[in-house]
Ligand binder design. Structure first.
Ligand code: ZN
Length: 387
């Protein structure tokens, strides 16, 4: 997600992008609706849509819309014209996927690897494998790398302190020279929120926050329709905010960081101190399963966990005033988020400062996309790089 120069041609592309986003996020849209929604004149909308149809991003079809209760010409995303390649690197797994423009996943390869085993050679193998599956009839819009934490390439400088043994520039050059496609890289929470905005629960929300729990703890925010991106594409490191000044030391140097309490491994470690959990295999997964079956002991643990997770949500709510907080997971698809969102929502709205100033309550919802959200967000980022 490179910074773009703010000039006339950029503004033209922004309009193209807004129109495209409108088609993604609304059912059965036509030119009039887009004009209303974007504030662009009918003539401007027609001009841009004609070019998007010519460039084969969109098609227009006449049919009866159940939603709008009328027959008209509606816009659709083109099928089988464009695709993207997504490489999602997470703690303990690499997913490589080919997605069509409309978000359909055509190929998904999953590899189990620890961070310390990931290097350039491995990624090149994964890329070559996934590129072999890319349909010949489709044009590839690019390849995106999604990684947790700060996205950097300084392999030599960072080698001693971090688990990254790979270099983004090396990979980028390899892909560009061999496949002649665009290559982008982004932070996982930022990208997951883009996925939610175009395909999930953040659709048509001006101010939304993604709260990412599981192996790592992260967040991302759209404020006034703009994704907040920090230095080096970093997202919001909510996991490294102190919730207990007397707490243990964190690897980041702070004390009592949120991640030390609600990061999956740390939570599990704490649970194992209790006599009855010492020997339970896959403890967290088991607890979520039992709680879903209404086991009261397991439910009690999940509620306790949800209360701790709320600390991060309250901070995010106070900092960014979102209308919606979307809860998603990393490396923890088995978390039953429905069990915890209502607890977090209650805690957030109980403690919220702006609520006390008669603001609207904040919605806290579970992502319906979860791990798929990263792949869909990857599609959006690659699309953005083409506009
Ligand atoms: Zn920390």
């Amino acid at each position: 997600m490179q910074e773009k120069v703010y000039n006339h041609s950029y503004l033209k592309n922004i309009n193209r992008l807004n129109i495209l986003e409108c088609v993604y996020t609304n059912e059965d849209v036509n030119r009039n609706y887009i004009s209303l929604k974007t504030g662009l004149t009918g003539a401007a909308v027609t001009k841009i849509i004609t070019s998007l149809i010519q460039d084969k991003f969109l098609t227009e079809e006449t049919y009866f819309s159940e939603k709008r209760k009328r027959k008209a010409r509606y816009l659709k995303l083109s099928e089988k014209e464009y695709g993207v390649v997504v490489i999602h690197i997470s703690r303990g797994q690499v997913s490589a996927a080919v997605l069509e423009l409309n978000g359909r996943i055509l190929v998904l390869d999953e590899y189990g690897y620890n961070f310390h085993l990931m290097d350039d050679k491995l990624f090149i193998e994964i890329i070559d494998n996934i590129m072999k599956t890319f349909p010949e009839s489709m044009k590839c819009l690019g390849c995106v790398f999604i990684t947790p934490g700060i996205v950097v390439s300084h392999k030599n400088e960072r080698k001693s302190q971090t688990p990254y043994y790979w270099d983004f520039d090396t990979l980028k050059n390899y892909i560009k020279n061999k496949y002649f496609i665009k290559v982008v890289c982004g932070n996982d929470s930022n990208i997951a929120l883009l996925g939610e905005r175009w395909f999930g629960k953040a659709k048509n929300e001006k101010n939304s926050v993604l709260y990412n729990i599981g192996k790592g703890i992260g967040a991302a925010a759209f404020v006034n329709n703009k994704l907040l991106e920090g230095y080096n594409n970093s997202s919001i490191e909510i996991g490294h905010t102190t919730i207990d000044f007397q707490g243990p030391e964190c690897s980041c140097g702070n004390k009592g960081c949120l991640e030390l309490y609600i990061g999956k491994e740390n939570w599990e470690k704490r649970l194992r101190n209790k006599e009855n959990y010492k020997e339970v295999p896959n403890l967290v997964e088991t607890l979520f399963f039992q709680a879903s079956q209404n086991n009261q002991t397991a439910l009690k643990e999940i509620i306790e966990y949800a209360n701790l997770v709320s600390y991060g949500a309250i901070t995010l709510a106070n900092m960014f005033s979102p209308s919606t907080i979307i809860l998603t997971t990393n490396g923890a698809d088995y978390y039953n988020l429905d069990l915890i969102v209502s607890i977090i929502e209650k805690e957030v709205n109980k403690s919220l400062y702006t609520k006390k100033l008669e603001g609207e309550p904040i919605k806290v919802v579970a992502s319906s996309l979860r791990s798929k959200g990263y792949l869909l967000g990857g599609l959006v980022v690659t699309l953005l790089a083409n506009f």
